[in-house]
Structures are given as C-alpha cells and as structure tokens.
Design a protein around this ligand. Sequence first.
Ligand code: VG1
Ligand code: CO
Length: 543
Amino acid sequence: MNVQVIPSQAFADQKPGTSGLRKKVTVFQQPHYLENFVQSIFDSIDVPKGATLILGGDGRYYNREAIQIILKMAAANGFGRVLVGQAGILSTPAASCIIRKYKTFGGIILSASHNPGGVDGDFGIKYNTPNGGPAPEKITEAIFEKSKSIQRYKMIAAPDVPLDVIGETDLAGMKVQVIDAVADYAELMESLFDFNAIKDLLASGFRMKFDAMHAVTGPYAQEIFIQRLGAPADSLMNCVPLPDFGGGHPDPNLTYAHELVEIIYGENAPDFGAASDGDGDRNMILGKGFFVTPSDSLALIAANARMVKGYAKGIAGVARSMPTSGAVDMVAKSLDIPCFETPTGWKFFGNLMDAGQVTLCGEESFGTGSSHVREKDGLWAVLFWLNILAIKRQSVEQIVKRHWLQFGRNVYSRHDYEDLPLDAANGVIEHLRSNFSALVGKSFGQYTIQECDDFSYTDPIDGSISTKQGLRVLFTDGSRIVFRLSGTGTSGATLRIYLEAFEPDTSKHDLDAQIALSEMIKIALQISELKQRTGRDTPTVIT
Ligand code: VG1
Ligand code: CO
C-alpha cells in the first residue's frame, strides 16, 4: 500500500461545537484543513486493524470531494472496510441506523445540518461512536487537543472511488462498499410504525405535504411516503437534494420553511404538513393552519407512545435539553417514569439511552427521537405523528388542544438574534451572569425572579460534568427565561432567548404565544440590556 505521510501545520480553530466542526466551505477548502481534522479523529480513537467505518453526508457542496479525501485517509489509517451511502449521501439518522445495524466501529458524517450550503455556505464534519451517536465531549475535546499540535497526516495515493453505483471497490486493500442507505432505514421505520394503519389514513382522503427543503430526506421520503405508504406524488415538495439546497436555508421552522407554511395556512390546506432539515434529523409538525411547537410534540409523542407498535410496551423514561419546555415533564409525571434535563446537543442523550434509562428524547430546536437510533430523527417524528393521527382520527389541532386540556399548556417561544458581534454577545451573557444576585427577588409587574443560575450537568451514567450550558432566570410562578449562545453558527454570534410560561387556565389556551409571552419578552430585553449592547431588539428568527 502506498501510504504517504504528509507534513502539515496545525490550525487553532478546530474545536467541535454543539454538533461537530462547522465552518465556511472556504475554510474547509484550505490545504490540509479537512485532512488535519480527520487525522485528529483517527488519532483520538483506537482504530482496531481492519475496522469498518460508515461514511456519508447531507449532499451539500464539497461533500463528494471530502468523501474521496476521507476514503484515502481511512485506507492509510488501517480501516478494513468503509460503507458509503450511494452518491456519498446519508441522512444523519440513517448513518446512526447503519452504524448500529452493521455493528461498525463508528462513522463520519459530513453535514452542517440546518446551516445554508453552496460555495459560500457552510460545511461540517463529526464523528459518531460505535453506539451510533455523536461522540461525547470527552472524545471531541481529545480531537481538538490533537488538532492543535498535529504535524502530519496519512493518506494513500489512489484514483477516486466511484460512488454512484451500488457495489464494491478495492482501495489499496481496503474495501469500499457503496450501499443503499434508504432501504435499511425504511425497514427500521416499518418495524416501529403501523404502516397499514397509515396507508388506510392516506387512502381515506387525508392529505399531507412533506417538504424536504432540497436536502437529504428527499429519497427517503419518496421511498417511505410514496412507495411504501401509497401517498400521492404531490404529497412531497422540494424532494430533490441539491448541493446548495436550492439557495434556501434548510431549517424546518416557520421562518425558513415558509413555502410549506404558506400552503398549510392557505386555502384548501392539507390536513398535515411536515418538513426536515439539511441532514434529516430535525422535524417540523403542522396541522391545517396550526403549528406544533417541538416541545409540545415531544410531550405528545410521550403521552401517546403506547398506541404505537414499536413502543407498545411503554417507555422507560424521557429526556429533554434544558431549554426545551417542561411539557414532557408533566407527561413523565403522569406516567410515573423518570425525566432527565440535559445540556443542549444530542450527544448528552447517548449515555442515558445506552443505559436503558430513557426511550424518548427531544430538544426545542425541532429535534425529536428515540432509542431506535442515537441521533434525532426527522422522518421518524413525522411517522410517529402519522401513526397517532391514523389511530385517533382527529385533527392535529384537536389532538394538541386536548393534550393541553389534560396537562396544561407550556407556552413557549425562542427568539434568535443571529450574526451579532462576538464581543457584544459575550457582553450580554457576562452582564447577566454578574447580575444574578441583584436580580433575585426583583419584580417586574406580575413576575418576580426567584432564582438565577448557570446550568451545569453531571452525567448520571459516567459522572462527567459540563458547565456553563446556559443562563436560567426562574420566576416564582414557574415561568423562566433562558439565555444561551449558539454553538453551531459560523459567522458572528447567535444569542438564543428561550421563553416559557405555564398556563393551566384553558380559557387562555388559544392565545398566540407571542402575545401570551409579551411581558416576559420585555423582561428579557430589559435585564439583558440587549438593545444598548447590540443595537438590536427584534429577533432574526422567532420559533
Ligand atoms: C442547535 C440547537 C441544538 C441542536 C444543534 C444541532 O445548537 O439549538 O438543540 O442540538 O443545533 O442540531 P446551537 O448550539 O446552535 O443552539 V442539527 O440539526 O444542526 O445537527
Ligand atoms: Co440537523
């Protein structure tokens, strides 16, 4: 084998964020940049000789080039086999499914998820461990440490491997197997959900619209909704994956999925709408003229899990990220199962799922999933909803409102301020943090601050500690405001303000969240000095 040891110089900025390393495409295109990070991954994990790796990405610009580089590096670093998604494409949940199904050593996923793609867009890379989940902080920190002092990487000299046709190629003694990732994933979905019941629903005149946002789930949606469930072809939109996502922002929320939102709030709207993100792990759920917040969606899935085939035996426990609303906590209480509160990022759910302590997990950021894989899973959530709808035969709005009637409503919203100057954003956080003691006991109209803290988490399974995971301002009536800086952005800083108030009074359940939370929004702006410090008081995105 013709292994070349290529001298290189370290980059100082290869610190993985909430979900892997994300940078502009142009940063990744610098000589040795991707190679350094990949070698740092291989140097941080003990690769048993002949191990199998899974490799694929969300199809964004630079995906193919990166895959060719990583294949040649894997061969030089002792891997025996790499399973690659056809055309280099794998959704994040499908990659997790395949790592688990074929018991491989782990995988490399190329994605910047909901960030825009294209020549001027973002690219990203992350390593998933043999359980199929994102590497925990212990490993991502080790990778970062290696990347800071790396001086060489290993690669073989060989022609590119064909990726478009299913089959096997030899790459200097390493097998490269191009696989049909859709089939394995669809099979897993069919084992969890009652496809016949959903088929009957779709045949009964119930209409759905699924928006893949020109990202990775298009082929999966085609196979599952059209081929296997018999939905008419016009149930899908934007289902051809494009390297620049058609110029859009593949983030399934009310702002960026506006094409779908207009349909679902328009005349003759379908009964059900859904969308997923760049790499297929997020989901947005809509009913006719009705938006389901991700936090409510998680609670509802938990409350109705037993009626779904794959969860009929009941769920062991639930987990949600700290900023996610407490709606699921109410369900856990009534089911008498444990509910865990973790920092933001799916990597914190892995240990709990591996230990069998939780079955369902969710984040307010449109991420929902279960222990069927170790990633959040967009299409899984859509199918879960379709299965519930097929059994209940009520509208999405009815189902959500009946849920609120039983459990109360956690009124919720997130305000994002994108692309702030780094210093100003850090200043807001520092200002709040240093003001904690002055804030406690302070009243603003009907609201009084009871407690403020900097969220930290001790993993109940391995005892690892993560600090500074978001600032919490807790009010005496149970409402709260959370401030956090994003760990996935690639330009400037994004400040996220999460607002939550509990509303037991059913007569107020029809209120728009922005109106119901208007007082809290004012308090958030006031105590953070946002306007003075950043010049902004209108969010870029409201969800
Ligand atoms: C965001 C979300 C977080 C999610 C992460 C990755 O992180 O808030 O809940 O786990 O994206 O999602 P941050 O640090 O920007 O708030 V994905 O679909 O981009 O992999
Ligand atoms: Co994603």
